[in-house]
Structure formats: structure tokens, C-alpha cells
Design a protein around this ligand. Structure first.
Ligand SMILES: [Mg+2]
Length: 405
């Protein structure tokens, strides 16, 4: 345990008032208890903590718009459609049934959309690279965007790397140089959230990676928990009597290869102390695809295990929660009307971008497919409509022609 935990009880006055938005706490008596749910229902929870749902939200930049209000659209993506390019394979112009419509980004439309943008937010895996290999043409596309004066930020749910580690990977794979402050990983954002929500000296019990611990360290938040843990005895009575650190006032769940029953047990015991102990998750990605069509369980599985045991819902900092965008907007002067979110997942990248009033661009180099887009687009369900991007490209290398002088 970090020795800097002394003085924790100086923060007791704050505990009576609760965290800034009440999220991560158990429901009040008589309120329904929700655990999990679909992407849209999750977003409703995650985005509604500090601002009423469906009303104008105002972030640090003061530029947020009413949810659902679309901004940054070129005329070519308006209701008239069809301006500037012809469909190629019969799938490019996907007619909607009255809601959002997604179109291939190319030609003059691409030039206009990119000219209107001053900031691009990139998801990483499946957009810039797969594993340790950059996607063909991706470094060149970002190089041209940077040369054109665009601000490039990196927004990822992966909690297993620090900001610094991401800048090193970008450099290693040939992308334009980035500073750590341009990287918004869920580990950094979780540490930022806890720094805001916890009283001075309060600690976090962490189910996560060394990178998550490092970001907490950088944020000055005492923590314990990373690494393997064994049950403290042979019987349940032993498990319920393992020592607890009195300074812990949050359980933080990220990707943890050492996740175990012992850790789950300890997390529950901290959370059973009551609403003064927050429950925070880095993201809900439930499956991480691997090359060759395989997959491994994602952080969402671990978050759900803790939620189920604790019978309460976690506050999620990663996409599709708008908290991760709030982190970007607190660092830079972001105008949503001039910002493009580029991602490969509809239920995280695109949903977050749509919710925050950004122009959204799906790349088909990762998880989501055009068939899924079409299914959502043809649905009358508003929650599914919120998963439809404004544009798509086969790869961000497709942006290169629009970036030529
Ligand atoms: Mg991705």
C-alpha cells in the first residue's frame, strides 16, 4: 500500500456531498437497479450524469450542442444527397428510411468534409494499426493531415498502455509525432476522473494493468491491487476477513490479465462499505478481436462481473461514454462542428461521436461492417439510428487523394 494514504479522513466532508455527478454509486432505495444493457441504454446512463439527457449539454469548451443536433455536415451529406460523386458498387449510397444516412467519403465530398475540420479524433486499433502493424497508407494519411495543420488526437478504450506508450507506438509505426497530451486512453481518463471525484488522499482498489497503475500514479492517486492475488485462506470465512485498506474509496476496473475470484471478492468487500466507495470501469468492450478471426474476453466482462456482485452500475469513462470526449475538450479548444471522430466500431466510436455532435467516419478495417450499418440505418429504432455514421471509407488511406494539393 502506498504510504501516502495518511490524511485520507481529511476528505470526509466531501464524502457527505458525494462525487460531482453521483455516478458509480449504488442506486437509492426504491430506484431500479440496472446492470449492463445495450449500447444505447448504457450511453443514456453514462452521458446523463452531469447533464440532463436530451437537453443542451455544455462541456469545458462551452460549445456542446443539443443531443441529436447534427453539426459539421457538408451539403453533400444533407437530405438531397448525391452531390459530387457517383456510387461505385451499388452499396455506397445507402438510402435511409428517413433517419441518418451513411455515405462513402470520397471525391469532392471528402475534400469539403476535411477542409471543414480542424480536429480529427482517431480510434487506434483497427483504424491506424492491427496489433503491431500499421495499416497500409494510414501513416501517410495522418502525415498529410498533420501537414495540413489538422489537430490529431487519439482516443482509445485500451487501458493497457499509458499515454507515453502510445506516443512511442505512433512513432515506431511511422505516424506523425504526437505528444502525450494528444492521447486519451481509458487508463488516463479513469485516473483523471478519480482525481476529480475522490477527496485528497483517497485510494483506489485496482483491477487492471501496470499501465493503469502508472496513470493513477501520475495523477497522484494512491492505489493497490495490480498483479496476481491469492485468496487469503481455504474457506469463505477467511476470504471475508482479509484486511481492507481504510483509505480505499473507489474500485477501478480495467483490463486485468490477473483477474480472479480473489480480486472479485476483495472488490465486492470494498463496495459493500457503501455509496462512499465508487465503482468505475475503463470501458465495456466485451470482446477483443485477434488476427485470424479469434477473440479474447474484453474489459466489459470484468466490469460486468464486479457490477453483478456489487449489484450496482459502474461509471464508464471509455467510449461510448462522452466523458472521454470531455477529457479531450478540457485539454483543447474543441469545436464539435469542426471535429471528426474516426473509428472502426459502431457501438463505441461512432455512438460516442454522434452523441457529442461530431462528424463520424467509419473505417472498414476493423470490427464493424457495412452490413451492420445498413441494418441500423434501415431500422426505425432511434437507438439503432444513433449507431449510423455519417460517412465510411474502406481504409483511412482512402483519404489520401482528398489531401493532395
Ligand atoms: Mg478500434
Amino acid at each position: 500500500m502506498n504510504p501516502s494514504l495518511t490524511g485520507y479522513y481529511a476528505g470526509r466532508a466531501w464524502l457527505a456531498a458525494g462525487p460531482p455527478n453521483g455516478l458509480g454509486r449504488p442506486p437509492a432505495a426504491g430506484q431500479p437497479r440496472r446492470v449492463g444493457g445495450g449500447a444505447a441504454s448504457r450511453l443514456a446512463n453514462e452521458s446523463g450524469g452531469s447533464r440532463p439527457r436530451g437537453k443542451a449539454g455544455k462541456g469545458p469548451s462551452g460549445r456542446f450542442r443539443p443531443m441529436g443536433a447534427r453539426v459539421g455536415r457538408s451539403a453533400a451529406n444533407g437530405s438531397g444527397g448525391g452531390a459530387g460523386f457517383a456510387p461505385k458498387r451499388g452499396e455506397e449510397a445507402m438510402a435511409a428510411t428517413g433517419g441518418r444516412r451513411c455515405r462513402r467519403l470520397e471525391g469532392e465530398t471528402a475534400r469539403a468534409v476535411l477542409a471543414n475540420a480542424d480536429t480529427l479524433l482517431f480510434d487506434c486499433d483497427g483504424v491506424l494499426w492491427r496489433g503491431e502493424a500499421a495499416l497500409s497508407g494510414a501513416p501517410a494519411a495522418l502525415g498529410r493531415l498533420a501537414a495540413a495543420g489538422k489537430r490529431l488526437c487519439y482516443v482509445t478504450n485500451n487501458s493497457s498502455r499509458t499515454r507515453v506508450a502510445y506516443t512511442e507506438k505512433l512513432r515506431r509505426l511511422g505516424f506523425p509525432p504526437a505528444e502525450p497530451r494528444h492521447v486519451f486512453g481509458s487508463a488516463f481518463c479513469a485516473a483523471r476522473y478519480l482525481r476529480q471525484a475522490l477527496p485528497p488522499g483517497a485510494a483506489a482498489y485496482v483491477l487492471g494493468s501496470p499501465a493503469l497503475a502508472a496513470e493513477l500514479e501520475a495523477a497522484g492517486i494512491p492505489h493497490l491491487g495490480p498483479g496476481p492475488a491469492a485468496l487469503p485462506g481455504p474457506a469463505p470465512a477467511d476470504w471475508a476477513q482479509a484486511p481492507l485498506e481504510p483509505a480505499v474509496r473507489a474500485v477501478l476496473v480495467g483490463f486485468d490479465e490477473h483477474f480472479s475470484y480473489a480480486k472479485l471478492c476483495q472488490a465486492l468487500r470494498y463496495l459493500l462499505r457503501g455509496p462512499d466507495c465508487l465503482l468505475v470501469g475503463t470501458n465495456r468492450d466485451h470482446r477483443l478481436p485477434l488476427e485470424g478471426g479469434s477473440a479474447i474476453p474484453g474489459t466489459g466482462c470484468l466490469v460486468k462481473a464486479v457490477e453483478t456482485a456489487a449489484e450496482r452500475e459502474a461509471f464508464i469513462v471509455g467510449k461510448p461514454s462522452r466523458y472521454i470526449f470531455d477529457c479531450v475538450a478540457s485539454e483543447f479548444d474543441i469545436d464539435p462542428a469542426r471535429t471528426i471522430m474516426v473509428g472502426d466500431r459502431l457501438d463505441t466510436d461512432i455512438l460516442m461521436g454522434n452523441t457529442c455532435g461530431l462528424t463520424t467516419l467509419l473505417t472498414l478495417t476493423g470490427v464493424s461492417t457495412l452490413e451492420e450499418v445498413r441494418g441500423h440505418q434501415e431500422s426505425d429504432c432511434p437507438a439503432r439510428q444513433s449507431l449510423v455514421p455519417d460517412y465510411y471509407v474502406d481504409s483511412i488511406a482512402d483519404l489520401l487523394p482528398a489531401l493532395e494539393d
